[in-house]
Structure formats: structure tokens, C-alpha cells
Write a protein that binds this ligand. Sequence first.
Ligand code: DUC
Length: 478
Amino acid sequence: SSSKILIKGGTVVNAHREEVADVYVEDGIIVAVKPNIKVGDDVTVLDATGKFVMPGGIDPHTHLSFEFMGTETVDDFFYGQAAALAGGTTMHIDFVIPVSGSLTAGFEAYEKKAKKSCMDYGFHMAITKWDEVVSKEMEIMFFLAYKGALMINDELLLEGFKKCKSLGALAMVHAENGDAVYEGQKRMIELGIFGPEGHTLSRPSLLEGEATARAIRLAGFVNTPLYVVHVMSIDAMEEIATARRKGQRVIGEPVVSGLTLDGSGVWDPDFVTAAKFVMSPPIRASGHDKALQAALSTGILQLVGTDHCSFNSTQKALGIDDFRNIPNGVNGIEERMHLVWDIMVESGQISVTDYVRITSTECARIFNIYPRKGAILPGSDADIIIFNPNSSFEITAKSHHSRSDTNVFEGRRGKGKVEVTIAGGRIVWENDELKVVPGSGKYVEMPPFAYLFNGIDKGDAEYLSSLRAPVKRFKSTD
Ligand code: DUC
């Protein structure tokens, strides 16, 4: 595809406004956004009349090429990204899992995995243990949930929060109480429940609420912002709502599976069908989905991720005799833009500008890459979708681009369709066809936050100035 593209006559939507305008792209960058741009014959012209021209989606939460629970996800950096592009997502942020506890070794391993990238990507760093070495390595992400594997305790959590604060890094947390989950799993086994439903029953939403509350309070104690990943329950959402109302800087990320599914899938009599829904935290009972949508529409939750972590039926069957061995994870990287449109915009809960905010702009702002990403503005990267609100989408494993043989959104249809995806100035999806180039995706560095840079912010200054001088006490003999 040409390095010069003109998108004509569409409604250009940014998080701050929408306008009918042309968009001119040259060498991967948006050069102009205004009506009636005139160009020469060397430019590829795309007609977007009657369609929305929006920033490509940014998925803040994915696991591509993730080695987990004795196996590795089927979608690697090439296939997972190709699927993303077919669904209108043009950047994702993946979690680097340490190698033998080393963040540096983990980062190097992920850099290798990402060499075949066909779209831009960033990395979060996962912290799974604490020592001097880890402390010296950059850190951003904590897991509370996987006892014995990824779980960390409160001491480590506090150390991590302090370190993040001193670095201007944003602390993220997977909030489930791992000790209680372990207890819940033992209970299920004692009751003779070995199937996928045991996964859901062993880790109820109160354990997500407890860990969310604890992480929020400890982040508040250290006075550092907190990002809660995959908010799956009303319990967790309400903890975030309360903290935000009190003025604490907490960000909540629901994921498409939690927003669009009820948890009944794991009760399917067919093991393969049931096991495909096994993820952590689990997909909750009906009611949580609608409450999370409402929280997203009112700003209690700010952006949508996927936790895309795709295992096929054979891999899921590792847990055929015991749900504790079912690799945790569901898909979503390809479906996110369509499903969020359907449940949030088509349903009338939010505007098109809000759609751009929750699927792209907010993520770019939070991770400090706005307006290079998340906007259609002169100077921004040319990551753009043309979206037809009058067309329709249908999801099925037969036609999706993930390498998995199943899809948790199987059979879903709705209005709206990503007709064209432009990533880094290349037309990579058009007429239902992918034209992706391995190696064309770039690593996007997410710089630290200036307002936290010295490890001291306004909140700290207020706190320190409110302290009274220590009392000087005298022994009776003095
Ligand atoms: N949850 C999942 O379901 N898979 C990957 C990691 C996680 O936290």
C-alpha cells in the first residue's frame, strides 16, 4: 500500500470532538485533518463518506506468546496482532513476565518474541518476587492472585508501590486474594467438583473485592496512583468508585469478556465449551456485566482491555480431570472494538466520542503516549480505522484470525464494522483481507510521569506539612 493516503469525507472522531473532514497521511504520520484536501495521483484515496474515521484501538492488556500453566498461548506477536488489526486495534500493551525472577531477562525474551510484530506494541512489567535485583529493575505490574506462582504478599506490594512512585511508574494490580482462592479450590476438590464450574465457584467476587480494596488502601497509604486490571465484578468496581469519590487516583479497566458475557458458560455439559470460558478473575454471574457497562458509561471505569490470552481446545483439555489445570485465558483482541461499539454506543449508553476515549485515547493518556497515539491530529501516528455504523459484524471461530479453534463470543452479531484499518500509515485491513508485514510493528516507549518524578507529589507535600513535630520526652531523672 502507498505511503500517501487520503481519507475523504468521513466524520473524524477524536475523544474531544467530531467533525466532517479529510485526513491526509504521509510516511506513517497524519499530516493534515481538514475539509477538502487536494492531492496528486500518487496518493491512495479512500472514500469514508457516511462513515466514522477514528483512532485505531489500543488494547491495554494482552498476553501474546505467554508461557503459562504448562503451555504457551496460541496467538504470538504476529498472529495475535493480525487478529487485532482485523478488528480495528492498532496497538496493544503486553505483560512482560520475568524469566527466573529477572525483569531484564524477561524484557529481552519479550523483545525477541515481538520481533515479528505487524503493529505497534508496548510493555508492562510484571513483578512476581522482590529482592535487591528486582528493586533495581524497572517495575510496574503486580499479581496478587496465583499463590505459589505469581502471587506477591502485602510487604512486596508496598515495596513495589513505593518503587513505582519513586520512578514515576504506574502500579497495576491483578486483584484476587490468592490465599483464599487456594482455600476455595481445596473446598471444591473436597466436594468432588472437578469441572470448569469449580474454577468459578472457587474464586467468588468477594475475593476480588477484598484484594481490590486492599490494593487501593495500600496504594493510598503510599500515595501512589493505582491501575486495577480486569475489573470483573460489582464488588471490585464499587471499591474503585468509593476510592475515586474520596479523591484517590484509581483507574479501573474492565475487559470485553466481563462486559459482555455472563458466567454461565462454565456450566456447559461439554467440557471444551465450558473450559474456553475459564479465565481469572472468572466471568461473573449475570448482572455484573450490566453494572460494569454502567460504570464505564459514567466514568467510574475508564478504559476497556481484553486480557487476550488464547488457548486452544487441546490446551484447555490439560484440565479435563481437574479445573485447576485448565490454562486460564480467553480471547478478545479482535472482538473488542466491535463488541464495545455494540454494547455501549449502539445500545445508546455512550457517544461516539466517548467510544474513542474508552477504546483508545484514555489508554494513550494513562500510559503517557498521547497524542502520538489515541488521536487523529496532525503529527499523530497514522493508526486509523474507517468504521461503518450501518454494516454489521458476526463473530465465529470459523472466520476469526486468532489461531485458537474456539471463541468465547461465538455467534455474537451486531451493528457496525471496521472496514479499513491503517497501522503505521499502511492499509493492513480492507475488503475483509489482511495485508500485514512481519517486522513492521514498532516498540512504543511509555515514559514515566513527570508529576511523580521525584517521588514526592502534592499529596505528599500536604501530608508532610500536616505532621506535627515529634514530642521530645524527658526521663524523670533528667
Ligand atoms: N488471567 C487469565 O485468565 N489469563 C492470564 C493471566 C490472568 O490474570
